[in-house]
Write a protein that binds this ligand. Structure first.
Ligand code: NAD
Length: 323
């Protein structure tokens, strides 16, 4: 069944190669606008004609909604929707959906990238080799295997479970903490064991965050939690920066309370050049790219437009935000 012409506003500035991928999924007759910059005025102006809005990190707040009288649906191209004012959308009868397709795999794989980079001192080994060194012995006492270690997952939804699935072939043990645990058969199939948050922090060699940011979870990892971790443990954050109290993390990393951190997200993004976490020896940092692959983007766009077509046909969109 065809759909009537609709206007889609992509609320993130996109490089041309990615615009091409979006264009491939755009139904005939539909119009695509892409905000040219992060300038708020451009977004507000283009929102005026939009039926559908696709967003990633751009704040979709009351001001944007007021500028978009014809808006019917907001599609987050990922799953972390703390940038969208969902109650304000609901008041206007605007549906809000997520796009788990293409997100989960990238973040789960990135988690292992960070673990292995920290465990094998990748940054130092590579820098020394490129500088003419050959550090075969120097890093040995500070390099580790994932096999036999205990991975503690905070948040055991799509991504947490995908990480657990990939931990099995690495022969790591998996603990998790989640106030809304999955059914016992899922836990059993993934070989994961539930713990309280404090017990997980005490027992895990690797603590990895896979929960949403909300008023309740902001700074879920602070000075107290970092003190509970083993001095040999590493912390990974591929979820949202404000889940971690950054000054407390810097202190833990510089005073030997924990051994290292792998961070894809920061309290403030883009991260400031003088953010101390970027300068520490025992961190591995990436600029919020966990889910940022060409593979994921194609998968996401296919799912995004499948959902927009659903709405255009008058059907209920899938993957609406809970609540
Ligand atoms: P999900 O909704 O499938 O799973 C989240 C889990 O966290 C749920 O099981 C929920 O019960 C649990 N949870 C909620 N409150 C908790 C708490 N206080 N303590 C422990 N667990 C709690 O979401 P997902 O697809 O697994 O994604 C998880 C998060 O990862 C997203 O919210 C997003 O912020 C982040 N993310 C980051 C990137 C990136 O590029 N870095 C990409 C995708 C997602």
């Amino acid at each position: 069944m065809g759909t009537v012409a609709c206007r889609v506003l992509y609320a993130e500035p996109l490089p041309e190669d990615l615009q091409g991928i979006v264009g491939e999924e755009l139904p005939e007759e539909w119009q695509l606008d892409v905000v040219p910059t992060r300038d708020r005025e451009a977004l507000l102006q283009l929102a005026g004609g939009a039926d559908f809005l696709v967003a990633a990190t751009t704040p979709i707040d009351r001001e944007v909604l007021a500028a978009a009288p014809g808006l019917r649906h907001v599609q987050h191209q990922g799953v972390g929707y703390d940038n969208i004012d969902v109650p304000a959308c609901r008041e206007r009868g605007i549906s809000v959906s997520l796009t788990p397709e293409g997100t989960t795999t990238g973040v789960a794989e990135h988690t292992f990238l960070l673990i292995l980079a920290l465990y094998k001192n990748l940054r130092r080994a590579e820098a020394q080799l490129r500088a003419g060194g050959w550090p075969v012995w120097e890093l040995r006492s500070r390099s580790f295997e994932l096999s036999g270690k205990t991975l503690g997952l905070i948040g055991f939804g799509r991504i947490g479970q995908a990480v657990a699935r990939r931990a099995a072939p690495f022969e790591a043990d998996v603990l998790y903490y989640d106030p809304f645990p999955p059914p016992p058969e899922v836990e059993q199939a993934l070989g994961a064991t539930s713990r309280t948050l404090d017990d997980l922090l005490r027992e895990a060699d690797i603590v990895s965050l896979h929960l949403p940011l909300s008023a309740q979870t902001r700074h879920i990892i602070g000075a107290r939690e970092l003190r509970l971790m083993k001095p040999s443990a590493i912390l990974l954050n591929t979820a949202r920066g404000p889940l971690v109290d950054e000054p407390a993390l810097v202190h833990a990393l510089t005073s030997g309370k924990i051994a290292g951190a792998g961070l894809d997200v920061f309290e403030q993004e883009p991260a400031a050049a003088d953010n101390p976490l970027l300068g520490l020896e025992n961190t591995v940092v990436t600029p919020h790219i966990s889910a940022g692959t060409a593979d994921a983007f194609r998968t996401k766009m296919r799912a995004v437009f499948a959902n927009l077509r659903r709405v255009a046909r008058g059907e209920t969109p899938i993957n609406q935000v809970p609540g």
